[in-house]
Design a protein around this ligand. Structure first.
Ligand code: SF4
Length: 103
């Protein structure tokens, strides 16, 4: 059984606490920022609260920085994919309504 960590608690256990915060806020998602992003991802990969961090970023709509090993672009893609999956699931649950205009 794992303990539930509440907001604030997981942040105190983050592997990034001893790292330079600048590493987690690259100026862009590509180019010269690529090595910085890779370093942040390496730190996140060994973080014991990565799941909580990513959940927080996804649920809060955080649009800046590396959280849970993801870039803002990664999270936007994940949100779009999730929204598409939900739309697809909703269509499968509810059959198309009959066209009552013809009657
Ligand atoms: S997952 Fe990354 S950004 Fe989140 S707390 Fe851990 S080290 Fe910090």
């Amino acid at each position: 059984m794992t303990a539930t960590l509440y907001a604030g608690e997981w942040q105190a256990a983050g592997a990034c606490l001893s790292a330079d915060p600048e590493i987690f806020f690259p100026v862009s998602g590509t180019g010269a920022s690529a090595p910085q992003i890779e370093l942040a991802r390496q730190i996140c990969a060994r973080c014991p609260v990565r799941r909580e961090c990513l959940d927080w970023a996804m649920n809060s709509g955080e649009m800046h920085g590396i959280w849970g090993g993801t870039t803002p672009e990664d999270r936007t893609r994940a949100r779009r994919k999730d929204a598409a999956r939900r739309r697809h699931a909703a269509r499968r649950r509810w059959p198309a309504a009959p066209d009552i205009r013809a009657s």
